[in-house]
Structures are given as C-alpha cells and as structure tokens.
Design a protein. Structure first.
Length: 419
C-alpha cells in the first residue's frame, strides 16, 4: 500500500468534519458507479475478456485461488489461440497487491509469491516481443507491458527507489504512447494515476532527478483525476483504482473525505460479504473521525455485519477478526461476545490492538479537553496512557514483519491522525 506524505505536518489547522460516518454502513442499497462497458480492447478475445473480469472480481473478493484458476484458464486459452498474454499481467498484478497488503498465512507463502513475479514478468515481455501481432493491438501490448513494469516499480519503491523510478518512468512512457493510440483505453489511467500520486510524495531527491533527467513533472491532483477516471470506466482495474483513491484522498479536506466515503460505499456494495472493506472504513474513522466512530450507535451498526462475513480464506478471516477487534474497541461491552483472536508476535497486524487502544484513549482525551476546565484533572493521566499506547504502537509496528509500504500507511495514520 502507498500513502502520500503531503499531509504530514503540512495541514495542522484541521476543520471538524460534519460527517455521519456510519450512515453508509447502514445503507441497504448504495449507489454504484457508472456502468462499465463490456467491449474488450484490440487483441483481447471476448472469452479472454470475460475471464479477466471474473478473475479480478474474485480477486477483490479476496478469493485468490478462484482468481488464479480463472487466470490459468485464460493462460490455456492464450496458448491455444495465440492471444496476447493478459493472464501474465493480471497474475503479476494480483501477486503484487497481495504482497503490498501482506496477505499471506506464513512467510513461505509470501516468498513463493515473490519468487513467481520475475518468471511472470519475463514471460509476458518475451511473448509480447516475440509474437507477431497486428499493428492494431499495439496499444493493448503497451498496456500489458507497462502494467507489469508499473507494478514492479511499486514493489521496489522502498527497497530500490532509483530502480523503481526507472521502471516507473518506462511504464509511464508506454502508457502515454498507448493513450495517444487508444484514448478510450481507460485502464491506462491506473498506472498514470498511481505514478503521479506515488512519485509526488517521494523524497525530493527522486522528484529532482525526474525533473533533471526526464523532464517529467508529477502532480498529486492530476494523479487523483486519473484514478477517478479509471475507477469509473476501466474494464479490469477499476477496483484497484478505488483502493488507491482511498489511500491518496485527504481525510482533512471535506470534499475529498466525502469522496472517500462514496468510494467505501461502492466497494461494500460490490463485495457485501467481504470484511476488508468494512475494516478499511472503520480504520479510517478510528484514525481521523473518532467522534463519529465512538458514537452510541456505531458498534450496533457494525456488529450485525459480522455474522454475514465470508471467512473462507486466510485474508477474509484476518479482516473479519480485525473488524471484531474494532467493534470491541468502540464498545468494550462486546468483547466477550465477539472474542477477537490475538495476533502472533511480530506478525503483520500484531500492532493493531495497540493502535486501537491509542485511538480510544485519544478520543477520551479530546472529549475531556472539549469538556472544559471541570475535566482538566483527568487530562494528565489519560494523556499519559495515550502517549504510552501510541509509543507502544510505534514500537510493535516497526518491529513487525509487515510489508514496508503497509507499515508506512499505518505510520501515517499515527503521525497525522493521532499526533
């Protein structure tokens, strides 16, 4: 996951958002985005196109094995009919997303996913360059190769920033060329938007190098616009664009915060049994909208959802457990009934119970401050407990084996949401 630093200590005058934060959780018929067209891009067959859309839906339902099976069916079709290697790019993308979100039951599964990336990348590029495809498919070929390079850059942006910059710029050039050839190819906007948003928030040395050596200027607002286009009109990557919008839209700007709530609503409507999208929305509230989260009716709105969650995979069970933790923090009387399971020491989300405790104490501290002088006597003790919980969260988060980019995302929650 990626989270920008433009908000870090830059926005300190924060207006109180008047949001009914959990109204969307109770909504029975959320409004979905506009209808996605069904005509595939040049060089993609109708059967290939249908398998790709089904695979991405299963993937964003956190049914990874079903998505992989559909991609393998697509691979077989591509080999039989000499089609473009769409399956390679999607399988690379799915592994990248899982790595960035740390969705593995154990270290071995994570290492296998990493090990499968390079064969998928090299296989895709070999087929694209060795095959004899009509000129009419050039934009689609650029999209597939650029997608592979773009995700590769995202995976390396922390460990090898300059390598990531080279891969990312190559992907952007391919996307820009494809866009000129096929302006209607809206999936291109995921790569264009992600590169703009991610690189706009990278250290100054990278942005300077990009300006000096490549003449490419990045802009966060342009990136958000690209992601919006992709989320509304893309054929395969619209849910990915929605996920990145959630990460890059500001919780401190009322218009962007409201837009983020609409994105949450769309995702929960598309995947009503998936606890991940409920977890994301509550997590956002705990970090930035605590007054709305710690309300008398909030936990009552969340709890009925828990019994309808799909928990048939490791990821789904983990997110369902995280929602149970959230619910018990919002209403401490529910702990015995929901029984959230503990997280193993140094595992990805071992920090989360401490984060929840810090969020609860920060809410109590803010409420006491707002109550006036009569409540001042208790501020010192609550403040101390809050600082201890926050420091403990930092310590556990930094020592856990969580993906570095996911760690950065939650560090931003602490630094800007709970100063």
């Amino acid at each position: 996951m990626v989270r920008g630093g433009r908000m870090k200590r830059a926005i300190r005058v924060r207006r109180r958002l008047v949001l009914v934060f959990f109204a969307a959780l109770a909504a029975s018929s959320p409004v979905l985005s506009c209808q996605i067209p069904s005509q595939p891009y040049p060089g993609i067959s109708l059967r290939q196109h249908a398998l790709a859309q089904d695979a991405m839906h299963e993937f964003f339902s956190h049914h990874g094995e079903r998505a992989e099976t559909l991609c393998c069916d697509m691979l077989k079709l591509e080999k039989e009919e000499g089609l473009l290697p769409m399956s390679y790019m999607l399988r690379f993308a799915m592994r990248s997303w899982r790595i960035l979100n740390d969705e593995f039951a154990d270290r071995g599964e994570r290492l296998r996913a990493f090990g499968e990336l390079e064969p998928l990348r090299s296989g895709c590029i070999h087929i694209l360059h060795a095959g004899h495809y009509p000129d009419s498919t050039l934009a689609t070929r650029l999209f597939l190769e650029g997608g592979i390079d773009g995700f590769n850059a995202t995976l390396k942006i922390r460990s090898h920033p300059f390598v990531a910059m080279v891969n990312g710029l190559r992907a952007v050039r391919m996307f820009e060329k494809a866009q000129k050839l096929a302006p209607q190819m809206d999936d291109l906007y995921l790569g264009l938007g992600l590169s703009q948003c991610a690189l706009a928030n990278e250290p100054g040395i990278i942005r300077a190098a990009m300006r000096i050596f490549n003449g490419l200027h990045v802009n966060l607002d342009s990136g958000l616009t690209y992601l919006r286009i992709c989320s509304e009109r893309a054929l395969y990557t619209n849910d990915g664009a929605r996920e990145y919008l959630i990460q890059f839209l500001s919780p401190f700007k009322p218009d962007e915060s409201a837009e983020k709530q609409r994105v949450f609503r769309v995702l929960r409507a598309l995947y009503p049994a998936d606890p991940y999208y409920v977890f994301q929305e509550i997590d956002e509230g705990l970090a930035f909208h605590r007054k709305e989260v710690f309300s008398s009716q909030a936990a009552g709105l969340i709890r009925p959802l828990i019994g309808h969650f799909d928990t048939c995979t490791f990821s789904l069970e983990r997110y369902a457990n995280l929602v149970r933790w959230q619910c018990c923090t919002i209403d401490t009387t529910m702990t015995q009934g929901l029984r959230p399971a503990p997280f193993g020491q140094n595992r990805s989300f071992s920090f989360y119970p401490y984060f929840l405790d810090a969020a609860r104490l920060k809410f109590l501290l803010d409420e006491q401050k707002n109550a006036g002088p009569a409540a001042d006597r208790g501020l010192g003790e609550v403040g101390r407990r809050y600082r201890d919980a926050r420091n403990r969260t930092y310590a556990v988060l930094r020592s856990s084996d969580i993906n570095p980019m996911l760690r950065e995302y939650f560090l931003w929650h602490l630094q800007d949401g709970m100063p």
